[in-house]
Design a protein around this ligand. Structure first.
Ligand code: XMP
Length: 328
């Protein structure tokens, strides 16, 4: 694809010019396609002067942190550091049940942790005599640019998302946004050209507050473990059934409800997993996705057998509107 190839060359040139011979750049990565593609472009443009930071907030998907480390760090050779802040996030989330409060805590803690790490990297750079951090990488896409200029869309007003505005003011960082002219499908095409693993290119979007808004009610370590495990099995079976790409977003939510069940000759009083799968182009409206019954049976059997503490699985058949994609 010649247009994308020329985009890559031009963008790398532009980044080099903007950042200069000495400057260093810091950027958060999440394992999502946008931050990954942006990071790979930076790596191509300025090598190890780009510092990627993955904040482990304790509410990412199961094994995701290790996967990101492996694919971005080892495979793609990005200068990546992982900050394990899981305990800090989970301690702050203890007893919180309000979804907007969960978002604020996670957003603010993220900024705090990222900022601290950026300062550390900056000190190290100055100590080594390489250029200090003067830029912040953001994987902003064209639709985000439009949304922030022309109107405050539902994602900005109804549910708060995080940003790193504080970092800009404090460290006087300039923004680098290599994807700001691209749509999602173009970012995916770009990722493919840049050798980003398929698995990352097509990964379903994952909310910043992660599993914390998919564990309804209190986000304890035990609840996170149950939700993660169920979600992992669900996604694994969706992939095995070759449905992953047809579904725009799928996840398992853990409901704060107990229902009566039976195991052997014992009654159980365990929790409920809700399976969500939607098909959408813009995430503003979405249809619930009809996973074939045999696949649902396999998923249900596996979760009930393998995940301790769950005795009931329900399938969410609500479209957006009136339901949202997330349960919180
Ligand atoms: P809803 O639930 O509003 O979600 O239908 C629409 C899309 O936005 C994602 N989402 C979030 N993403 N931080 C994020 O980064 C959030 O707080 C958040 N809330 C919802 C959701 O996963 C879906 O893709």
């Amino acid at each position: 694809n010649w247009t994308m190839d020329s985009f890559v060359d031009k963008e790398i040139e532009r980044i080099r010019k903007v950042v200069g011979e000495n400057g260093s750049v810091v950027g958060a990565v999440s394992g999502g396609v946008d931050s990954t593609v942006a990071a790979v472009l930076m790596k191509r443009a300025i090598g190890d002067r780009f510092h990627a930071v993955l904040v482990d907030n304790g509410v990412m998907r199961m094994n995701e942190c290790e996967q990101v480390k492996e694919s971005l760090g080892s495979q793609l050779g990005i200068n990546l550091r992982v900050v394990d802040a899981a305990d800090l996030f989970l301690d702050r989330l203890a007893t919180v049940t309000d979804p907007e409060k969960k978002r604020k805590i996670i957003g603010n803690t993220f900024i705090e942790v990222f900022e601290k790490e950026a300062h550390l990297i900056d000190e190290e750079c100055q100590h080594k005599g390489v250029g200090k951090i003067s830029f912040l990488l953001q994987g902003t896409l064209y639709p985000d640019v439009i949304e922030s200029i022309s109107f405050k869309g539902p994602s900005a007003t109804i549910k708060s998302h995080h940003n790193v505005g504080g970092l800009l003011a404090d460290m006087r960082l300039e923004l680098v946004e290599p994807l700001r002219e691209l749509f999602k499908d173009e970012v995916r095409a770009l990722g493919t050209i840049l050798g980003v693993p398929e698995d990352l290119v097509w990964r379903h979007p994952f909310p910043g507050p992660g599993i914390a808004i998919r564990v309804l009610g209190e986000v304890t370590r035990e609840q996170v473990k149950i939700a993660r495990h169920a979600d992992y099995i669900y996604i694994e079976e969706i992939k095995k059934a070759n449905l992953y790409r047809s579904i725009s977003q799928a996840y398992a939510a853990l409901l704060p409800v107990r229902s009566v069940g039976v195991m052997g000759d014992q009654r159980t009083y365990d929790q409920v997993i809700a399976l969500r799968a939607v098909e959408t182009t813009d995430f503003m409206t979405a249809d619930w996705f009809a996973i074939p019954t045999p696949v649902l049976k396999r998923i249900s059997n596996r979760i009930l057998n393998e995940v301790e503490g769950v005795n009931r699985i329900v399938y969410d058949i609500s479209s957006k509107p009136p339901a949202t994609i997330e349960w919180e």
